[in-house]
Design a protein around this ligand. Structure first.
Ligand code: ATP
Length: 361
């Protein structure tokens, strides 16, 4: 591998600074290289301790993330990996620091956005995805949170979080229930073969949200969302899409195609007029007259924040319920055994997060 794994002490080489973000089993912190003063983002991934545990990430999974990052780094739109450290409990990935925040936060902070600007962002994502797909690497977790900006105030995007990514050559029968429900393609819901087209569906969802603030398949429950996805049941509601250009809708329609073989590829999308913009002889760019409602995108961000908070409340409720059940069982057992009941303090938090179960675990 191009990036060797080191079991040397990480703190010997880097100063560890503030937290930049976190995921289910990883914390990302800003770090500074002691020798050069250069800044990086270090992703501390908790390793799974026992094969039967559901906490932490298996070494095989981390190796896969490292292999993918090693192979695809170097493209402008993709985060770069510089070094890997390993301790008995963690693997630490030293990544390029991305300081511009999430693309959607940047959009929300703007006063106005037209479709030409939105298309320029989608074009950058497409170029990154084309680079991945040319090596048959699928991201498999494309969503707004994983599209960041390299620097604040600048427009260079970076795709992050390759934790679910893998190589899926054409014809492979790789099947898995992974991803974030709102963004998964029908082949994931139906447990059919995945491939590069799976990312293109997710890109359709990202584009739909970026243009409208609405989520195309989101239902009241996870099952309802899945039904909407398999039925390809979505609409361009007037309240969200009244000012959207016909070109933009056509672009999205080519991605929301049930059969992955008929879905537009990254290359097809890069040739689409919504992305390429008007020809030299055209005098008007219809995308420039199509204003995007920042208020709607903002509402989307607020809904997501609420949803995340709701998940935390759910988790806490579940923990209290589990703790109560355990206490009750322990109390009854103590009564049967004729000993005083003990107070139970340990519970096993299994996050009811957004991700579907990874069937390969
Ligand atoms: P998840 O459980 O959501 O899949 P994860 O555990 O795989 O997440 P990442 O998504 O890679 O972790 O990182 C978690 C968060 O850390 C990101 O949402 C982002 O806010 C921040 N982050 C990740 N990589 C970088 C980076 N290179 N520079 C700056 N911040 C980053």
């Amino acid at each position: 591998p191009l990036v060797p794994w080191s079991d040397d002490l990480f703190e010997k080489y880097y100063d560890i600074c503030e937290e930049l973000g976190s995921g289910q089993f990883a914390v990302v912190r800003r770090v500074v290289c002691k020798a050069t003063g250069e800044e990086f983002a270090a992703k501390f991934i908790r390793k799974r301790r026992y094969a039967t545990s559901r906490r932490g990430v298996t070494r095989a999974h981390i190796e896969r993330e490292v292999d993918v990052l090693t192979e695809i780094g170097g493209h402008d739109a993709i985060i770069r990996l510089f070094a890997v450290f390993e301790t008995p409990s963690e693997v630490i990935l030293v990544l390029e620091l991305v300081s511009g925040g999430e693309l959607f936060d940047h959009v929300c902070a703007k006063e106005c956005l037209d479709e030409a600007e939105a298309a320029a962002f989608i074009k950058q994502i497409l170029l990154g995805v084309k680079h991945l797909h040319s090596r048959y690497i699928c991201h498999l977790d494309l969503k707004p949170e994983n599209v960041m900006l390299k620097r604040r105030g600048e427009t260079q995007i970076k795709l992050i979080d390759f934790g679910l990514s893998r190589r899926i050559p054409p014809g492979s029968q790789t099947k898995d229930m992974i991803g974030t429900p709102e963004f998964v393609a029908p082949e994931i819901v139906n447990f059919e073969a995945l491939g590069t087209a799976t990312d293109m569906w997710a890109l359709g969802v990202v584009t739909y949200i970026l243009l409208s603030g609405g989520s195309p398949f989101l239902g009241q429950t996870r099952d309802e969302t899945f039904c909407n996805i398999t039925a390809v049941d979505y609409h361009f509601d007037d309240c969200y899409f009244h000012s959207t250009s016909a070109l933009a809708k056509d672009f999205i329609r080519r991605l929301f195609v049930r059969d992955p073989r008929k879905r537009a590829t990254a290359e097809d999308c890069l040739r689409h007029p919504w992305i390429t913009g008007p020809d030299a002889e055209d005098t008007v760019d219809p995308r420039k007259n199509a204003e995007i409602s920042i208020a709607h995108i903002h509402a989307f961000k607020v809904r997501r924040k609420w949803k995340q908070a709701f998940h935390v409340v759910l988790l806490c409720n579940r923990l209290t319920r589990n703790a109560r059940i355990r206490l009750e069982v322990a109390r009854k057992q103590a009564l049967i055994d004729g000993r005083p009941p003990q107070v139970e303090t340990r519970f096993d938090p299994v996050m009811d997060g957004e991700l579907l179960a990874d069937a390969s675990d």
